[in-house]
Design a protein around this ligand. Structure first.
Ligand code: CP
Length: 308
């Protein structure tokens, strides 16, 4: 456990550390069923969110409260923190670390969590940095796959949608590369294909991946379809590019017909229209269960960084 202080990027987690985290996460499921614990009594978590969030911020806050700790928070930090007056991120961190034992931060710039960690004396947990990474989401995604499918070695995962801007798929690719015989399919509209740095990383680590166009063909060969939203907010004035990507790959009843009986559909959420509502009632639709696993993973991470 002493290997983890900040949580910045998925590459910092090896298989052994993920095993430790998942074991604590399992304990946290039991803690929640007993209505919580006081192990982080009197500890304070600050959540600094410069971009919108429902799941990540509220599950971190709920996780801290479930463990007996307290929360100070600013959402819309671009407007409601002193960033609006021109304060640098580094100065904000130097101040907030005096008020809290751990800082959970979501920022609009890739690399912001690393900048925060470089000046922080308390743990920084990256809750998403622009199109960079979302390591706590990827940990809960891997935990969900293990829980739903029963294994990680030999798994075939189809990543679908906005693979260029999706920080969750980037972090998830790094984590899945730690397991044996993993196969990845990338199914993305032309303008948002998986970036070269991830493909080079997978090549270097001997992870088999293929870029495909036919979602039905891919669904037939996958254990997990990991669908993602086309992120309008990352396109700026490239409206035509956004429109060309939006709606190209939708998980619907035809996709579910192609997916094996033991397969699962995951999505980091929020979704817009890339999973049809008709899919929600299928037992293989695991995305709401996946979001609920976020609280257990975040309880485990808070416990591990604060008790280290
Ligand atoms: N998955 C995820 O990060 O959701 P939020 O943006 O609602 O936190």
């Amino acid at each position: 456990m002493d290997r983890m202080f900040h949580v910045i990027e998925a590459q910092q987690f090896d298989r052994e550390l993920m095993g430790e985290i998942f074991s604590v996460t399992k304990e946290m499921e039991e803690v929640v069923s007993r209505y919580g614990s006081s192990i982080l009594n009197r500890r304070i978590m600050a959540t600094l969110f410069y971009e919108p969030s429902t799941r990540t911020r509220l599950s971190f806050e709920s996780a801290m409260i479930r463990l007996g700790g307290n929360v100070v928070t600013t959402e819309s930090a671009r407007e409601f923190s002193s960033a609006a007056k021109g304060e640098t991120l580094e100065d904000t961190i130097r101040i907030v670390e005096g008020y809290a034992d751990v800082i959970v931060m979501r920022h609009f710039e890739s690399g912001a969590a690393r900048r925060a960690a470089d000046v922080a004396s308390v743990p920084i947990l990256n809750a998403g940095d622009g199109p960079g990474q979302h390591p706590t989401q990827a940990l809960l995604d891997v935990y969900t796959i293990k829980k739903e499918i029963g294994r990680l070695d030999g798994i075939t995962v189809a990543m679908v949608g906005d693979l260029a801007n999706g920080r969750t798929v980037r972090s998830l690719a790094y984590l899945l590369a730690r397991y044996d015989d993993v196969k990845l399919f990338f199914v993305a509209p032309e303008v948002v294909r998986m970036k070269q740095d991830i493909k080079e990383y997978l090549d270097r680590h001997g992870v088999h991946f293929e870029e495909k166009e036919d979602l039905i063909e891919v669904a037939q060969q996958s254990d997990v379809i990991y669908q993602t939203r086309i992120q309008r907010e990352r396109f700026g004035d490239r409206i035509a590019d956004y429109e060309s990507a939006r709606g190209k790959y939708i998980v619907d009843s035809n996709t579910m017909e192609a997916l094996p009986e033991a397969g699962r559909v995951l999505h980091p959420l929020p979704r817009i229209d890339e999973i049809a509502p008709e899919v929600d009632g299928d037992p293989r639709a695991a995305y709401f269960r996946q979001a609920h696993n976020g609280i257990y993973i975040r309880m485990a991470l808070l416990r591990m960084v604060l008790e280290a």
